[in-house]
Write a protein that binds this ligand. Sequence first.
Ligand code: ATP
Length: 341
Amino acid sequence: MTEYAIEARDVELTYADGTKAVRGIDLTVPRGEFFGFLGPNGAGKTTTIKILATLLNPTGGQVTVNGFDVRTQARQVRASIGYMPQETSIDPELTARENLRFACESYGVPRGDRGERIAELLDLVDLADVADKRADGFSGGMRKRLDSATALVHRPPLVFLDEPTTGLDPKARNRLWEYFERINEAGTTIFLTTQYLEEADQLCDRIGVIKDGDIVADGSPSELKRRVGGEILDIELADGTDASERAATVAHESDLFESGVTIDVTDDGISITSERARSHGTDLLVALTEAGLTVTGFNIRAPTLDDVFLAITGERAEDVEDGSQDDTAGEPESQPSEVSQ
Ligand code: ATP
């Protein structure tokens, strides 16, 4: 086994209709890492994960997964990975145990190992009590837990989780997080795509941000936050958007902040990212008041991943999450060299 679970060089994928979904990305994921792949809708996350899981052939570049070439050794790649797709792969008519037994058969888990393996996974995802109940009565969170267990029956050293918690309530999401942490602590490399920044912040050792098919940032959550530079000054204003726009102009024209400072107009005021947020914040309040604006709130804080995402992609994560809620699209219209499992 090589040192890296994933090594990808200059990977490209252009769909049959000419859409360049992945534009020459380089990516290495060491064994044992919990890697998060973030990006706005349509950035190329699912396309990348499908290339790594051998469901799409790249149109350019080199990719090895667990040391196997995705083009020429697809069978070996598949045997060495687990893949939890966005859409559920469980059969609602079967019980939890039957679903896992079916997964064992599909992955060729030796007959003699199946009983113990299934019991172990049911325990791990807290479904032992409902093991013999049909999955159609399960909540969204239970289904997702069962889904993730089915991706692990063959004890793969690497699992791909494509937006595993989208649409779940916070409690169900937390339970899945605990479970992902447990499998990662047991040595499994995890490649997770998510639109929830809090999820990436909580779980991931390292995060890659993809935008328009390119990786535009890469680092640990704290490195990425440091890269934002400085602190965030949030100012709440009375009188809505007009006041916020005026406040942004006052802040820009005040010369209190470095040139090129990021001033974001938010729902209830402005947000300034600056090395001088702390030292010049009160001076700005005076300038805003002198300009006739009413400040109703004022706060200085460290950057969050949300701020990182905004700085890097130019989009707020809330916009992204809203999009995810109605993301009910089925399979894409045109499929280049889609490989059946
Ligand atoms: P989301 O968060 O919405 O799932 P994503 O980051 O996973 O987005 P992809 O699904 O990989 O993004 O899509 C990347 C780009 O490729 C988008 O512009 C998308 O419209 C396009 N695309 C995806 N599948 C196809 C296809 N089969 N044919 C043509 N274009 C496609």
